[in-house]
Design a protein around this ligand. Structure first.
Ligand code: PLP
Length: 168
C-alpha cells in the first residue's frame, strides 16, 4: 500500500463529472477570477459556516488555489521573514520543509508519538519560540494516515494560545 501521493482509488462523483460536461457544453471556457468564481467561493463559505461551524465566513474571506501546496506557499510567503521558524510535524508531506525554506524560514521538526502516531502537544509547545510563525499540521496525516484526535481538542487552543503569547 502506498501511503504517499493522495491519488484516490475512486473516481469523482457522477454529479461532478456531469457538471464539467455541462460547463463545456455551455462554453464556460474563459479565464475565471484568480480567486475562484463568486459562486464557488460562496459555496465554500456556506460549507465552512454550516458544516464546519466557523462564524461569519463570506465569499470575500475565501481564496481558492490550484492545489494545497500553493495555498500553503501563499500563506507562508505572507507570514515569513528571514529568521522565522515553522514547526513541521513528522512525518510530513515531502514539500513542506522546502516551502518553508524557499520563503526564507527555517523548519523546526517535531516527532509524532512513536507508539500512537499522535501529536506530542508538550513537544510542540516546547518548540515554540518568539520566531515561530506557523505550525504545519496535516490532519489526517499523510503519509502515516493517523487522525490527530488531540488536534480536535482543547490541546489545539493551548498550542495556539502559546504561539500567540510568544509572538506578542
Ligand atoms: C498531505 C499532502 N499535502 C500536499 C499534497 C499536494 O497537494 P496539491 O497537489 O494539491 O498541491 C498532497 C497530495 O497528495 C498531500 O497528500
Amino acid at each position: 500500500m502506498n501511503l504517499s501521493v493522495g491519488e484516490p482509488h475512486f473516481q469523482p462523483p457522477p454529479a461532478v463529472i456531469k457538471s464539467l460536461h455541462t460547463a463545456i457544453d455551455e462554453m464556460k471556457l474563459d479565464y475565471t477570477s484568480v480567486r475562484g468564481t463568486v459562486e464557488f467561493r460562496e459555496t465554500i463559505a456556506e460549507y465552512m459556516t454550516k458544516s464546519l461551524g466557523h462564524r461569519d465566513v463570506t465569499a470575500d474571506h475565501v481564496l481558492t488555489t490550484t492545489g494545497a501546496k500553493f495555498a500553503i506557499w501563499l500563506a507562508l510567503s505572507a507570514l515569513l521573514e528571514p529568521g522565522s521558524e515553522v514547526i513541521v510535524i513528522k512525518p510530513y508531506w515531502t514539500s513542506y520543509p522546502e516551502i518553508v525554506k524557499i520563503n526564507g524560514g527555517t523548519p523546526v521538526f517535531v516527532d509524532s508519538d512513536k507508539d500512537t502516531g499522535e501529536l506530542p502537544v508538550e513537544n510542540i509547545i516546547n518548540a515554540v519560540t518568539s520566531r515561530t510563525k506557523a505550525i504545519i499540521v496535516c490532519n489526517p496525516n499523510n503519509p502515516s494516515g493517523v487522525v490527530y484526535v488531540v488536534w480536535c481538542s482543547s490541546a489545539k487552543r493551548k498550542i495556539i494560545s502559546t504561539l500567540t503569547h510568544m509572538n506578542e
